[in-house]
Design a protein around this ligand. Sequence first.
Ligand SMILES: Nc1ncnc2c1ncn2[C@@H]1O[C@H](COP(=O)(O)OP(=O)(O)OP(=O)(O)O)[C@@H](O)[C@H]1O
Length: 441
Amino acid sequence: MRIVCLVKNKQPLGATIKRHEITGDIIVARVIHGGLADRSGLLYAGDKLVEVNGFPVEGLEPEQVIQILVHSEGTIVFKLIPIGDRSVSSHTMLFVRAMADYWPQLDPSIPCADAGLPFKKGEILQIVDQSDALWWQARKVSNLSRCAGLIPSNHLLKRKQREFWWSQPFMSHSCLKPFLGDGRLISIWFSLHQNGTVDTCYHSMAAPYEEVVRYQRRLCDRHRLIVLIGPSGVGVNELRRQLIGLNPSKFQSPVPHTTRHKKTYEENGREYFFVSKETFESLVYCHSFLEYGEYKGNLYGTSMDAVKAILDAGKICIVDLEPQDITGVRTHELKPYVIFIKPPSRSCMRQTRRNARIITDYFVNTKFKEEDFQEIEESAKKMEVQFGQFFDQVVVNDSLESACVQLMSIVRHAQDDPQWIPAFWICSDSPKGAEIASSQQ
Ligand SMILES: Nc1ncnc2c1ncn2[C@@H]1O[C@H](COP(=O)(O)OP(=O)(O)OP(=O)(O)O)[C@@H](O)[C@H]1O
């Protein structure tokens, strides 16, 4: 028997308890990394509680014991039987990017919602404990001084996603938009917000966490590919043009291929590579394009070779892609840095786009209308919900000048400062998209 005294003020104890399935004893389920109990070094997972502040806990439900703890302030005295075989704690140094949102307060299955760590897609987490197959402990790298919180393990989050999928009425399933990225079929939930319902805490991707490592580009390495993403009309092309205009010897965009006829003033390889439909289709067949599509009956595409030629020349290659093409460029070779161009507020758009022209579905240059602004806003929201986990940075395109200055500084930062990148970009022999579950569980 051991007597443990902990002084608890406003902060939580930093431990969870449970009933032992066989003996019925109340035991410490886990000690939260960096929390009060952990820092004391006196309480361990598996310790059997006998008394709390003089109250015997035998026969009580875990919730009743929690009530005693919640209402205790100051010194709490535990009488406990220490676990005999204290397993070596499995503290890890694993970093992951969250590919889904998680709100513990909306999750009824979490052992203790207050001990949960809420996170948003794209945030980088340090996993500090994986000893429990269902609930890991993690901290945000943006706040490593805080104690860890509970997050669902890879396995659990995937299971939840599957359950959520099957619980949706048939029509909602049609919201799933499968597409082929890098040869894998990826299913993505598309904005399944259901305010107030439990399932909102699991917004999904195929792999809930992606292992990341810190990467510093060396001077001899090729530059990272700069990818601009944004809803049509937000100003992606304008910003790309402005950036290149600021330093054309450093920034360049790849020359696209097209099947349309060459105009008299155009030169093959300058404006476009002019190719026949057959040649274009054989390039598509060989996966030579980053992206391609049809416009007014002609095919257009950006080839991987055109991108590589710019990178091999020591320049920074800037491309604008449709969001569904991001997965195709997420490779060890290109190490893309993705910048999302976001619309400003409606009033700012009205003001800044007073004299701007937009190309509508009818292929004419017109002034921006309220419907255009609305479409830009809605499309931006959908992109953030569906692809936000891939965005390295977000630039609000309010004034062209300030957005351009911001973009320039982000591009410099992307090339020169250390960044979190997917681990598989470094371990190039590991399978693309490998999930950390396979290496961790
Ligand atoms: N910050 C800004 N202030 C004022 N006008 C802008 C701003 N950004 C872009 N524009 C103007 O808005 C119009 C649309 O921009 P742009 O062609 O770059 O859109 P886009 O996002 O590339 O869309 P699409 O892919 O459909 O061409 C252009 O006339 C452009 O000059």
